[in-house]
Design a protein around this ligand. Structure first.
Ligand code: CA
Length: 228
């Protein structure tokens, strides 16, 4: 499957040039021409990498980068117009992975893209810290769950249950399985406790954000799916 790259660049000449070059390399490409729509595309789209111009209308590249980092660790390569060290520092501080100074040699940018994608693949293999389902993001390391960048406060059990659901996305889970894996084999009590906790999760996520992640399979249990 081709890697999808989003180009956020307001200069259409540069955006089109990049699009042609990247497509030629076998990437799928989309273009956003201002910061705000770029941010929206990153939230909705399933991209492997973002090329982000620093100077953008509506919202600067730095601001886009800061906001993206609240919900995603997608590789971001920043394009800086001038060879200005402070731009680079600010760009990297805001969470960009790399930067390329305009005017750039396309070969250099392509090489940076390959490196960033490789690093991303390695990171994913070594430590699958983040599980994403649409705008719902769970970070195991931080023990933190966000929806569209907004933190969802969860109790320990709610978190454990959600983690188990997200790790088993698309699989029907019966109550016994949930009890075994979330509450432990030695749990003594009613398996209806799972229903109670599913209700808690639904009120904090599904109902709050008007989405439907946890679906009841009558007489069996639950399935966690992405249905926004
Ligand atoms: Ca620009």
């Amino acid at each position: 499957m081709a890697e999808r790259i989003l180009i956020v660049e307001d200069e259409s000449r540069i955006a089109r040039f990049l699009e042609l070059e990247l497509k030629h390399e076998g990437y799928e490409v989309e273009i956003a021409s201002d910061g705000r729509s770029g941010l929206e595309r990153i939230k909705d789209g399933d991209f492997s990498l973002v090329i982000l111009d620093l100077m953008l209308p509506m919202m600067s590249g730095i601001e886009v980068c800061r906001r993206v980092r609240k919900f995603s660790d997608i590789p971001i390569i920043m394009l800086t117009a001038k060879d200005d060290i402070s731009d680079k520092v600010t760009g990297l501080d805001s969470g960009a992975d790399d930067y390329v100074t305009k005017p750039f040699a396309i070969e250099e940018l392509l090489a940076r893209i390959r490196v960033a994608l490789k690093r991303k693949a390695a990171k994913k293999e070594n430590n699958e810290d983040t599980i994403t389902c649409g705008k719902l993001v769970l970070s195991k390391m931080q023990h933190r769950v966000t929806y569209d960048g907004e933190e969802i406060p969860l109790s320990k059990k709610e978190y454990d249950l959600l983690l188990y659901f997200m790790e088993n996305k698309g699989i029907v889970l019966d109550r016994e399985k949930l009890i075994e894996n979330v509450w432990g084999y030695d749990f003594i009590g009613d398996t209806n406790v799972t229903d109670v906790y599913v209700r808690y999760l639904r009120s904090k996520i599904d109902q709050k954000y008007g989405v439907s992640f946890i679906r009841t399979i009558r007489g069996v249990g639950y399935i966690f799916e992405h249905q926004e």
